[in-house]
Design a protein around this ligand. Structure first.
Ligand code: FES
Length: 113
């Protein structure tokens, strides 16, 4: 967590980008802005090594990994991050060991910004 806000990382490498990651970033930012939620911020990430399941969205603070994310998921994602119902369609798509390794790498400060 930086600056008091929970970071929502969105992969912007080739595969995720080709599946619409920029639109996912735009939708998340627009939803956060519209709803006045300053406790979250959205940042690009270089790659989570789960390129076949993207667009991938990772929130290490909550050990949350979402795959196949579409712009229309933005509202449900933010609701989930605030304790709402899980977004099951987007969860459990990757090897849990890979997800834990990426969480640890990001926590260790190996981030792209
Ligand atoms: S391109 Fe997104 S996880 Fe690698």
């Amino acid at each position: 967590m930086k600056g008091g806000a929970t970071t929502i990382y969105v992969c912007m490498n080739t595969d995720c980008k080709s599946r619409g990651a920029q639109s996912v970033i735009d939708a998340l930012q627009a939803h956060l802005e519209k709803s006045g939620k300053t406790e979250f911020k959205v940042e690009p990430y270089i790659c989570f090594s789960a390129c076949n399941s993207g667009p991938n969205v990772v929130v290490t603070d909550q050990r949350c990994w979402l795959s196949g994310v579409q712009p229309s998921d933005a509202k449900n994602i933010v609701r989930y991050l605030q304790g709402g119902p899980p977004v099951e369609r987007l969860q459990g798509k990757n090897d849990p060991d890979l997800e834990e390794m990426i969480f640890s790498l990001i926590d260790a400060g190996l981030i792209s910004d």
